[in-house]
Write a protein of this length. Structure first.
Length: 238
């Protein structure tokens, strides 16, 4: 469970040192529909990843903590065995994990994580369902032509059809078309290809669900068969 929380959120940790409070995963206990949950959130301002598990015993009243990026990396290495039981102890300033015979103690990031709920859009009304594997492969292929710096891919959805294009002044243009489930008004929106692929890697079900408003507003991405994780992606101008 702990490894899942980390795996699904760590790719969105910010590397921008000036906003140091985003340089880790924010973990806290929240009261959800099905009772108490342990939630992990990471964001770099361009994308946000959020994942929930049922709260383990002892997490009631746990303070919100920001686990640093370097500590998250060490935790991932130590959590390779899916059957290992982890004892987690937290204070306002430190976290200690006991995994078998290994004890990892780390400082926490001393800062306030932003109110992430404010950036999760509530009014997105266009729903696009796509086969996640086909989509990721198509993004990967068209992105090979885009300039490395922007890696922008334009998505045009209409009538159960999605056209992906990327262009570069040096290399030309790439275009790919895939079938999707989409029957709202036609929409054109651009995203960073790397960010799309990072999210697609986290989706274990067959289909990814994009909940879109317009070309300038944040888009929600979810696994159609699993509501424990949610991703928010800012679009790019293309």
């Amino acid at each position: 469970d702990l490894k899942m929380l980390i795996d699904r959120t760590q790719f969105a940790i910010s590397t921008e040192e000036t906003r140091y409070y985003l340089n880790g995963i924010f973990m806290h206990a929240i009261e959800g529909d099905g009772g108490l949950k342990l939630r992990a959130v990471a964001t770099d301002g361009h994308r946000l990843a959020r994942a929930d598990i049922e709260a383990p015993s002892g997490s009631e009243g746990m303070p919100g903590i920001i686990v640093p990026r370097k500590t998250v990396g060490e935790m991932q290495k130590l959590l390779d065995d899916p059957d290992v039981v982890v004892t987690v102890e937290v204070s306002e300033a430190k976290i200690r994990l006991t995994i078998g015979s290994v004890v990892l103690t780390s400082k926490l990031i001393d800062g306030t994580f932003p109110d992430y709920e404010r950036v999760i859009p509530k009014g997105n009304d266009k729903l696009l369902n796509v086969d996640c594997r086909s989509f990721a492969d198509a993004v990967d292929r068209v992105a090979t032509i885009s300039t490395e710096k922007s890696r922008a891919v334009k998505l045009v959805a209409a009538d159960n059809n999605l056209v992906l294009t990327a262009s570069s002044p040096d290399s030309g243009t790439a275009r790919e078309e895939i079938e999707v489930n989409y029957d709202s008004v036609a929409i054109e929106i651009g995203f960073n290809a790397r960010y799309l692929l990072d999210i697609a890697q986290q989706i274990e079900g067959r289909e990814a669900e994009f909940v879109v408003a317009d070309a300038a507003s944040p888009t929600i991405v979810r696994d159609s068969s699993d509501d424990s994780a949610l991703y928010v992606l800012m679009p790019m101008r293309v």
